[in-house]
Design a protein around this ligand. Structure first.
Ligand code: PLP
Length: 395
């Protein structure tokens, strides 16, 4: 018998059986009307999840990283100046990708554990009086540290500076798990991936693109071919794709959004918040600290648990995998070894989360960390039983 534990990495996430099945469908002709019946609900559903009314949703066969590349290559030209904050591994990687494309990135450094510093970004934009900065990049949820940034605050800072730059937001580990408001926040490009909040296999970069970002394509000269929005939109207009689409994944996306809507998006966000808070209570019960510097930065999808002095966070991840068959996330880049990460997003219940917290606790005890068995689990249990929405109906 092959036994399978839930995963507690911050993506790919646990897949509900019905979504796995939705991805596994018989071949259809993607140039026939049968494809539109799969594709259109997925696109319409993504618009709802992103909170967008104008512009286009593009579903690219790729992952979040390809979404970053598509966002910049369709809107910018070699040598263009852009502004980005670096405060974790994913904000760093997007900056690196921009630099490799020949963009001139003005980097605002912030400590890992802090969010995107809206005030400093606003000051940089206010100082850019000739508007040479063409785009502002922000990572809504820095998966490496478990930090959520205030995108509405960043938009307010851009508006205060009266700056016309495009706002591009990485929502790979937030979208479909935490509130995201493309219209209200004035986001020009939002990037998501299929394997996190949408609970699907990796393979789709999911982009929301505003009319302003679509217009920027006309003058943007960065090389692009496979990810050219123009080709995609011509394909859409003809009822399909410019190339062979990953039909099963797109069918899975439509099913995922139907599942999210059946729960209710607000309920999905509330569930993530509650599971995240239970995780943070557990960390407090262990007498440890989270990586996020302040409560307003706490992520509802991933928590970075700081290792006590003299201990290595990666050891917890290694032992959990080898001894208990459970996956947690390692620290990346500057925080490698300094923390381990608990992913609590996607298809996750109270009971599943408690099993992960109990496993982390066993590993820390095994490794001699000064953590009392039961301390974190009890703190999470107290919080979860005190906040459970309704009694579970008897069969
Ligand atoms: N951005 C964030 C915030 C992420 O967490 C990730 C992956 O974990 C990425 C981008 C890169 O996405 P992918 O691995 O799907 O290419």
């Amino acid at each position: 018998m092959s036994l399978q534990n839930p995963v507690f990495i911050p993506g790919p996430t646990n897949m509900p059986e019905s979504l796995r099945k939705a991805c596994d469908m018989p071949t259809i002709d993607h140039r026939s009307p049968a494809f539109a019946a799969v594709f259109q609900p997925a696109v319409a559903g993504v618009k709802e999840v992103l909170g967008m009314t104008a512009g286009e949703v593009l579903l690219l066969p790729s992952t979040g990283t390809g979404g970053w590349e598509a966002a910049i290559s369709n809107t910018l030209s070699p040598g263009d100046k852009i502004l980005a904050a670096r405060h974790g591994m994913f904000s760093h990687r997007w900056i690196d990708l921009c630099q490799r494309h020949g963009l001139d990135v003005q980097i605002i450094e912030a400590p890992w554990g802090e969010g995107c510093p809206a005030d400093a970004m606003g000051a940089a934009l206010a100082a850019d009086t000739d508007h040479s900065i063409k785009a502002v990049l922000a990572t809504h949820n820095e998966t490496a540290t478990g930090v959520r940034s205030d995108i509405a605050g960043l938009r307010a800072a851009m508006d205060k500076a009266g700056h016309p730059a495009l706002l591009m937001v990485d929502g790979v580990s937030s979208i479909a798990s935490m509130p995201f408001e493309m219209d209200a926040w004035g986001v020009d490009i939002a990037v998501a991936g299929s394997q996190k909040g949408f609970m699907l296999p990796a393979g789709l970069a999911i982009l929301g693109v505003s009319p302003k970002a679509l217009a920027a394509r006309d003058s943007a000269t960065l090389p692009r071919a496979y990810f050219d929005f123009g080709d995609m939109l011509k394909g859409y207009a003809a009822g399909g794709y410019p190339f062979t689409p990953p039909v099963g994944l797109i069918n899975g996306l439509a099913a995922s959004i139907a599942m999210l809507k059946a729960e209710g998006l607000d309920n999905v966000y509330a569930r993530h918040h509650r599971l995240a808070e239970a995780t943070r209570r557990a960390v407090g019960g262990w007498g440890l600290q989270v990586c996020a510097a302040r409560p307003d930065l706490y992520s509802d999808t991933v928590t970075g648990v700081m290792a006590p002095d003299g201990f290595n966070g990666t050891d917890v991840v290694t032992l959990a995998a080898s001894k208990y068959g459970v996956a947690f996330g390692v620290g990346l880049g500057e925080v490698a070894g300094k923390l381990f990460r608990i992913g609590h997003l996607g298809s996750l219940t109270d009971v599943m989360l408690l099993s992960g917290l109990a496993t982390a606790e066993m590993c820390m005890a095994d490794l001699g960390w000064p953590v009392k068995l039961g301390s974190g689990v009890a703190a999470a249990q107290e919080y979860l039983r005190g906040t459970a929405a309704e009694p579970i109906a008897k069969a």
